[in-house]
Design a protein around this ligand. Structure first.
Ligand code: ASP
Length: 333
């Protein structure tokens, strides 16, 4: 447990100590957002200054765009969509353009969105030609007949929307192609390759109107086969939002997050046992670790308190709120 708490403190200190105090002493934030861009093995020594600067700038740009929406009274839904669509277009992240590749070198996006006031939700899995998978998840939610669509059926559903479509090559980047090559070799050599799933994106928001929302978008894991679906589009595992308890977006080894029903369980701990977002997040990450999984979560409470909990050496992350908190982080040490 201590590891998670230390990771959390490391995120806050030293630059954000004042913001941390403010969080605890002051009135609740009227709006609040936390974002992630994936978690995994990420050593400071393996990160070039250029790469670190690029990730930091991307996270900050997403955070700033969303903060502006929320400051102007925008909804949690709009804020989550804005953060995720920006990161989906950013080739640095494993979502939209820049998503990891399947074993056959293809694209297979998963995404989900949930609103805390109505608990309306929409999710899509295994889609390959919608520019913004999170927008298709929103269309499914708005349509309301179903919660979860997959593969060709989901794309057929997309045909009835105005959503922008792309050739699958548009999503493919050079670094992801190289990662697939390394993955294929590691399968042969049985080497462990953690890089294969870095960069899933997610956002959790509390807006001025008191509503929560959460969203997650990913290409999944490099080299995935057999139409494998991870936790990201699974409501309750990778994404959950309920105004009474919390909003969560997860990233990591999806199979374990599904088995531990991470996102909904964090909200349940907060609702039923009165835990704060940090403690509840740590509890579920401890469970994931016990099962053998790794990754992290971002959580926002109904009062706008945010938390990051992860058991990996790094998680791309950021948060901002109406009290002046505005920070991004990468490493956990
Ligand atoms: N959770 C995602 C999945 O399992 C991958 C990730 O977050 O890195 O598909």
């Amino acid at each position: 447990m201590l590891r998670y708490a230390i990771a959390f403190l490391a995120f806050l200190l030293p630059a954000t100590a004042a913001a941390h105090d403010h969080d605890h002493d002051g009135e609740p934030a009227s709006w609040s957002i936390a974002i992630h861009g994936g978690a995994g093995t990420l050593e400071r020594s393996a990160m070039t200054p250029e790469r670190e600067a690029a990730y930091t700038a991307s996270l900050q740009a997403a955070l700033d765009a969303v903060a502006e929406i929320l400051r102007a009274g925008g909804t949690a839904e709009d804020a989550v969509i804005a953060a995720i669509t920006l990161m989906e277009d950013d080739p640095l992240f494993n979502a939209g353009r820049g998503a990891v590749l399947t074993f056959d070198g293809g694209i297979s996006h998963d995404a989900s969105l949930m609103l805390g006031d109505s608990r309306a939700a929409g999710a899509v899995a295994g889609i390959s030609d919608v520019r913004h998978p999170i927008l298709l998840a929103r269309e499914v939610m708005r349509d309301g007949r179903h919660v979860f669509l997959s593969g060709e059926g989901a794309e057929e559903f997309a045909d009835d929307t105005e959503l922008e479509r792309m050739d699958s090559e548009w999503f493919v980047t050079e670094p992801r192609a190289r990662a697939l090559e390394r993955f294929r070799q590691s399968v042969v050599s049985h080497a462990d390759d953690d890089e294969h799933r870095f960069g899933t994106v997610g956002a959790v928001v509390r807006d001025m109107h008191g509503n929560l929302a959460a969203g997650t978008s990913t290409g999944g894991m490099t080299g995935k086969r057999w139409d494998r679906i991870g936790d990201s589009p699974v409501i309750g595992a990778g994404t959950y939002a309920d105004n009474r308890s919390c909003a969560v977006s997860a990233t990591g080894s999806g199979e374990y997050f599904i088995r531990a029903v991470v996102a909904k369980s964090i909200c349940d701990l907060m609702l039923l046992s009165g835990m704060g977002p940090m403690e509840a997040g740590d509890n579920l990450m401890a469970e994931v670790e016990e099962l053998g999984g790794s990754g992290g979560v971002i959580v926002v409470s109904p009062s706008g308190e945010t938390a990051f909990s992860f058991n990996t050496s790094g998680m791309y992350r950021g948060r901002a709120d109406s009290t002046g908190v505005n920070e991004v982080g990468i490493f956990g040490d």
